[in-house]
Design a protein around this ligand. Structure first.
Ligand code: HEC
Length: 70
């Protein structure tokens, strides 16, 4: 199950940017309450494909974890 593996690897893969308890950081948004507003399929899509929000004001890059979750 990809969901189980994503959770199991949270502390090694995600907390660097999203904070130790998923509360976010100055760089990446909080994840702890995210599933209240984001559907599970959207969540999986962002995590497997990554997302870039790069323009003059932002240099935010959510990396793709496709290799980790499949
Ligand atoms: C290199 C830093 C970094 C790592 C590591 C990282 N993320 Fe992210 N993540 C980001 C950034 C930056 C964004 C915001 C992208 C944007 O603004 O579009 C983001 C966005 C997200 C979003 C979408 C949030 C929203 O509001 O729609 C989800 C879900 C997410 N990350 C989950 C994860 C998970 C799960 C992991 C571990 C497998 C992870 N991230 C690891 C930097 C990171």
């Amino acid at each position: 199950m990809t969901g189980t593996r994503t959770r199991a690897s949270y502390h090694s893969d995600c907390h660097i940017c999203h904070g130790p308890n998923g509360e976010g950081s100055s760089y990446a948004p909080a994840l702890a309450n995210l599933l209240k507003t984001l559907s599970y399929s959207d969540f999986v899509n962002v995590v497997t494909n990554g997302r870039k929000n790069v323009d003059a004001a932002n240099g935010k890059v959510m990396p793709s974890f496709a290799a980790n979750v499949t």
